[in-house]
Design a protein around this ligand. Sequence first.
Ligand code: NAD
Length: 336
Amino acid sequence: MNYRVLVTGGAGYIGTHTCAALLEQGCDVTVVDNLSNGTVEALQQVEQLTHHTVRLVQADIRDRAQMHRVLEEGAFDVVVHFAALKVLTESLAEPVKYYDHNVGGTAVLLEAMQAAGVRNLVFSSSAAVYGTPDAVPIDESAPLLGSNPYARTKAIGELIIADQVRADPRWRAVCLRYFNPVGAHESGMIGESPLNLPTNLMPIVCEVALGKRPRLQIFGDQHPTPDGTCVRDFIHVMDLAEGHVRAVEWLMQGPEQACLNVNLGTGNGHSVQELVQTFESVSGKNIPFEIAPNRPGEVASVFAQVDLARDVLGWQARRPIDSMCADAWRWASRAG
Ligand SMILES: NC(=O)c1ccc[n+]([C@@H]2O[C@H](COP(=O)([O-])OP(=O)(O)OC[C@H]3O[C@@H](n4cnc5c(N)ncnc54)[C@H](O)[C@@H]3O)[C@@H](O)[C@H]2O)c1
């Protein structure tokens, strides 16, 4: 599988794991990242891990001239587009910034791809596009209802891509709707290390385990779920990374279907409390927690219908929740 792949946002959490998976399959990888939430060191770790080099272009995807240059010089087969801002609460406070990076950046990327004749795209979407679902498991036919600016930028990204594919039949695209990525590469060499204060559950749990925070806040224990805490479809980041490899392969086989929206989850829900208990048992660390009020608009239970990924992409998540916790902890305890 020796494709030339451009990975935007490849220095970030899911990007580094996907770069590792692509390199291990023999792809040639170039990353465009502005390093606002990713690091050169993380990509160096990817190189050490895979014994392959990654080309890094430090650039912002909204920089039209740079993006045209990168795309025109690279002779890429496919683009995997991660670069985006992703903090839901920040998107409520600074919506325009989110539309600028996530929607404006995507439009610049597509324009540069079209100019360079690169027409295969894998897009990082999110289960957030479903908003508050009527029923679980959620399948891909559920309406796009994103209930916050971040989620809406992802839904709009999908719509722009679908319109581009409709306008030019030479385009092929896969929008991958991730559920809740957690964990780290099994080697412990790469993982999730946000440059700003962590907002996702697992990095916060790791900080509590390391003594960097006194306790975890769990938002609500009276939700209509078996133990009252929210239920999510946690997915190991390496399963997610392998889902991207399958999406690239699928695109490169020149599928009839031009635009595919597909859930990447395990299909199983686990409660926040269950995740914390599993983490405690695999790490041997006690995770003190307190119950905080429900967050506004918090959905009690979300998990994916995963048949489409299995049937069309031939992909299924393989790693169980204890591996997610053990691998996250191996990374966090090494990284300190
Ligand atoms: N982590 C999650 O829980 C989750 C869930 C669903 C969807 N996603 C999506 O997956 C993608 C990757 O998420 P992640 O968790 O790896 O985030 P991340 O912040 O770790 O990685 C994003 C990378 O993009 C870069 N970046 C941001 N804006 C940029 C810009 N304008 N130009 C160039 N580079 C830019 C950052 O420096 C960072 O390295 C994002 O699109 C996110 O919305 C993430």
